[in-house]
Design a protein around this ligand. Structure first.
Ligand SMILES: NC(=O)c1ccc[n+]([C@@H]2O[C@H](COP(=O)([O-])OP(=O)(O)OC[C@H]3O[C@@H](n4cnc5c(N)ncnc54)[C@H](O)[C@@H]3O)[C@@H](O)[C@H]2O)c1
Length: 436
């Protein structure tokens, strides 16, 4: 099939590369010319395991191309995916400027029937709005299908190639059949392609993210109780996750969720609920609990080092919102490090992938973004773990002790065992577990 993908970010590029890998001819479009130039050189402009290899293969085999020219890509395609960003606007509602611009450009470029597939996460009812924007400019027939994306950054390629399910929101049989054909190579093991109406598809995306975020916030709330009574949230988690009704995913206490999806999608869902006067108290609490968790971590640093951190240096391992990505959007590290910097701390940080993106986000807050993990330890008063990269799991504790002024570790991701940390002679504070 001939496919165009408008918006070559985390979602658009992964989708484009995977569709090309399945034998389709795919043109990925982006209005960011620098991004297109980088991709044409065979480089992926962000960190995502396995993606560069897939992109190179697609390009080498002539099935994947990159262009800033929306009109040309649309004219050539039978299926057009919209995968532009829908970030939070000032009032919490998603900013739909990019979606509107892309819809208008696609509408203007149509030279015959097109199947339009909205993959961006959009407010409820947006499929009709997208169709409306296009209709004002299009002189040909088209259908708009809602096809929310559920991939996880850090495992995006695998998630796309082997999705738990594919959700397709359409009331048109022909559109559904074409979508089913397109996705067939990815569901050969029998994972379902779920057909539903477009509004239900749009809600499904928000519902999944809000529910997963709720699991995290629930564990974070429990961690506060565990800390107060000297219990261990990790053993509580095991006790819960072995219950098949609960399951084991997204139950880790930490410094809270972040990223480009959960915070903004929850904000958008709450905005919609407010405008429709539908109470969503659980979702509201999920958001509040998440923000409180970041503050709580900062307060624990203050409790050990004092709230005046002038003259103190903090070494930080991990900046990205989660491991295996360089995405800094809404990373908990940003709020936490801003607060610690405001209290006077000098911050020296390292992240295996997010150094460059963090420099842009945290300029003025972080004094040093190091290229090597152990470089940040020199002369620091404490070490903070803010992302659970595998690179941090087995460090050289002797070296850490020699380099730090005081053997003090704040672990926001429960990477280490408190018992082992005590044996190593460290003062160790983690989340929802007794300090040692
Ligand atoms: N990142 C994720 O993990 C994830 C997962 C599921 C769903 N989503 C949703 O998918 C959508 C895209 O997210 P993302 O993280 O890939 O965003 P992104 O910001 O990484 O990429 C969006 C791209 O669209 C381009 N763009 C904007 N307007 C354009 C236009 N008119 N024409 C051509 N290109 C244009 C931008 O330059 C950018 O490169 C969002 O709605 C997001 O909520 C994201």
């Amino acid at each position: 099939m001939k496919v165009a993908v408008i918006g070559t970010g985390y979602v658009g590029l992964v989708a484009g590369a995977c569709f090309a890998d399945a034998g389709n001819s795919v043109a990925c479009v982006d209005r960011d010319h620098k991004k297109i130039d980088t991709l044409r050189m065979g480089k992926v402009p962000f960190y995502e395991p396995g993606l560069e290899e897939l992109v190179r293969r697609g390009v080498a085999e002539g099935r994947l191309s990159f262009t800033p020219d929306t009109a040309a890509a649309v004219r050539d395609a039978e299926v057009v995916f919209l995968a532009v960003g829908t970030p939070s606007g000032p009032d919490g509602a998603p900013d739909l400027t990019a979606l509107k611009a892309a819809s208008v450009e696609v509408g203007q470029a149509m030279n015959g029937y097109k199947l339009i597939v909205n993959k961006s996460t959009v407010p409820i009812g947006m499929h009709a709005q997208v169709a409306g924007w296009m209709r004002e400019h299009a002189r040909h027939e088209f259908d708009v299908v809602s096809n929310p994306e559920f991939l996880k950054e850090g495992a995006a390629v695998q998630d796309f190639l082997k999705p738990d399910r594919v959700v397709i929101g359409t009331d048109k049989d022909q559109a559904f059949r074409k979508m089913k054909d397109l996705y067939a190579p990815f569901v050969r093991q029998g994972n379902p392609i779920l057909r539903m109406d477009p509004v239900s598809a749009e809600i499904t995306k928000y519902a999944c993210n809000a529910f997963l975020a709720a699991r995290i916030s629930f564990m974070n709330e429990l961690s506060l109780l565990c800390e107060r009574v000297g219990a261990d949230v990790e053993t509580v988690r095991m006790g819960m996750s072995t219950d098949l009704r609960i399951g084991k995913h997204f139950l880790y206490a930490g410094v809270g969720y972040g990223g480009s999806c959960f915070p903004k999608d929850i904000e958008a869902l709450l905005h919609t609920a407010r405008s429709l006067e539908v109470p969503m108290e659980i979702v509201q609490s999920v958001q509040r609990a998440n923000l409180r968790q970041r503050k709580h971590f900062v307060e624990r640093v203050f409790a050990a080092l004092g709230s005046d951190l002038l003259g103190k240096t903090l070494a930080v391992w991990g900046l990205a919102f989660k491991p295996n990505t360089d995405d800094m959007r809404e990373a908990p590290s940003v709020d936490i490090l801003r607060d610690l910097h405001a209290a006077g701390a000098r911050i020296q940080a390292f992240d295996p992938a997010a150094g460059a993106t963090a420099a842009a986000t945290l300029g003025g807050v972080v004094a040093l973004i190091a290229a090597r993990r152990d470089e940040v330890l020199e002369g620091a008063d404490a070490l903070l773990i803010l992302t659970e990269w595998n690179d941090f799991r087995h460090p050289d504790w002797e070296l850490i002790r020699r380099k730090l002024k005081r053997p003090l570790v704040f672990d926001g991701r429960n990477v280490y065992s408190p018992t082992e940390m005590r044996e190593r002679g460290f003062e160790y504070h983690s989340v929802g577990r007794p300090s040692v």
